[in-house]
Design a protein. Structure first.
Length: 182
């Protein structure tokens, strides 16, 4: 795994061979962050990485100045890897939560500036994940939500949808949570 840019840019970490995650490709991650940095200044922004996998997105957010960053990952191998990289970097701005994303969202009381989710493409609840995030307390008006998915999903009818980006076989749907009208 490689951190692309920022204070930890160009650092590489060997991912365990028994990891079950499908990491976001460097190509897709680099392009996504180019888009993201044109939307928001990441410095000092709070970020949430759901289904964190190897933590590549969490570390990219951290490297580019997000503080704090919360990574939620259920698999023990992946969460242990994220913790080991956190220790090597010595960065306390990263909080690793080993747990279920759905339980985390149900109990979350903190809104983040940026929420990224990369669920397994074959997850049985995949189609409902964007709505669950957008309806949770993890977001507030102005929160940027990015969902990584394959070409079989279209989330363009959900509230706050702003753009769809494709990088090879990786698709990103990007939302900005709208102001609520009551």
């Amino acid at each position: 795994m490689r951190i692309i840019r920022g204070k930890y840019g160009h650092r590489r970490f060997d991912v365990p061979k028994n990891i079950t995650a499908r990491p976001t490709t460097d190509f897709a991650r680099e392009n996504l962050f180019n888009v993201l940095e044109n939307i928001i200044d990441l410095e000092g922004k709070s970020a949430l990485d759901l289904f964190a996998g190897t933590g590549a997105v969490s570390f990219e957010l951290l490297s580019r100045g997000c503080d704090p960053v919360t990574a939620v990952e259920m698999a023990p191998v992946q969460s242990a890897f994220i913790n080991s990289v956190k220790l090597k970097l010595g960065d306390e701005a990263l909080r690793v939560v080993r747990g279920d994303v759905f339980r985390f969202l149900a109990s979350c009381r903190q809104a983040y500036d940026i929420v990224f989710a990369d669920p397994p493409y074959d997850h049985q609840r995949f189609a409902e994940i964007p709505s669950l995030i957008l309806g949770s307390k993890a977001v507030a008006p102005g929160t940027i939500v990015i969902i990584e998915h394959n070409r079989n999903h279209d989330f363009s009818t959900l509230p706050g949808f702003t753009q769809h980006r494709v990088y090879g076989s990786v698709n990103f749907s990007i939302f900005i949570v709208p102001q609520t009208t009551e």
